[in-house]
Design a protein around this ligand. Sequence first.
Ligand code: HEC
Ligand code: HEC
Ligand code: HEC
Length: 188
Amino acid sequence: MARFATYLIAAAAAIIAIGAAVAQEPHPGGPMMPPPPPPRSIPGITTPDQFPRGCVDCHVDRPDLQMDVRLSTLMRQWQQGVSAEMLERVRVFSPASLTLAGRHPEVEMPFGRVPDDCLECHGRDSTSAPPFATLLHGLHLAGSESNHFVAMFQGECTHCHKLDASSGSWSLGSGAEREDLQELSAER
Ligand code: HEC
Ligand code: HEC
Ligand code: HEC
């Protein structure tokens, strides 16, 4: 019995202690509440858009880094043959019904309107080419930090998707690869 009483007293003390702790909590929105952090960086929305034309502003030739990731350059490689590693990724982000040859077909395109020209074959309902909606999201966003788009570009949707703040509608950034590059691909 005595032990039970001790337990009750201890329990009561604990409840009082919790009550005191709760009483010291600042009220939500009250004077002790810290101010909210500044808005997070969202390119084109809270911070300047460094890639207003989407794909072609980011997929560029960087001789300083010895890195040429222009889509026309990549395209030439896919037309010679897609690497086994890349093909495996593409398969994952393509409909199961689509059989891939592992080689990009020849395309009539001077890379004048990217990705619009690509979407003529890579549209949402395409049954002949992987739809970009799943292919590009997969290639740029899957794999967490091991994906360079996530690691280097924070996986930002607005690097590709652009908000028209005057209407609230979204579109894809688009444009031509730089003039000299168009000439280059025309030479082929
Ligand atoms: C802000 C930069 C950026 C933008 C904008 C961007 N990409 Fe990428 N893209 C990347 C990076 C980084 C990777 C490499 C991702 C990885 O595999 O780690 C990549 C990978 C790719 C790949 C796979 C290449 C390969 O050989 O593995 C394709 C295809 C591609 N992008 C097409 C596009 C298209 C089409 C658009 C426009 C709709 C676009 N990208 C917009 C940065 C960008
Ligand atoms: C005339 C139609 C057509 C156009 C235009 C086109 N593609 Fe494709 N693309 C295809 C087909 C078909 C495949 C499937 C190839 C296969 O079986 O491996 C494909 C596959 C791909 C793949 C997966 C790798 C491969 O070759 O299998 C990537 C990446 C790709 N296309 C990117 C692009 C980009 C970027 C553009 C625009 C700059 C573009 N495509 C324009 C038809 C097209
Ligand atoms: C590398 C460029 C790129 C990035 C990054 C990107 N998207 Fe997309 N998104 C596209 C393209 C291309 C399409 C297909 C447009 C079409 O088929 O007309 C698309 C389509 C969509 C659609 C239409 C849905 C569908 O399946 O048809 C939604 C929703 C979407 N994106 C949301 C997002 C969100 C959310 C993010 C960021 C987490 C994001 N996207 C990042 C390129 C991108």
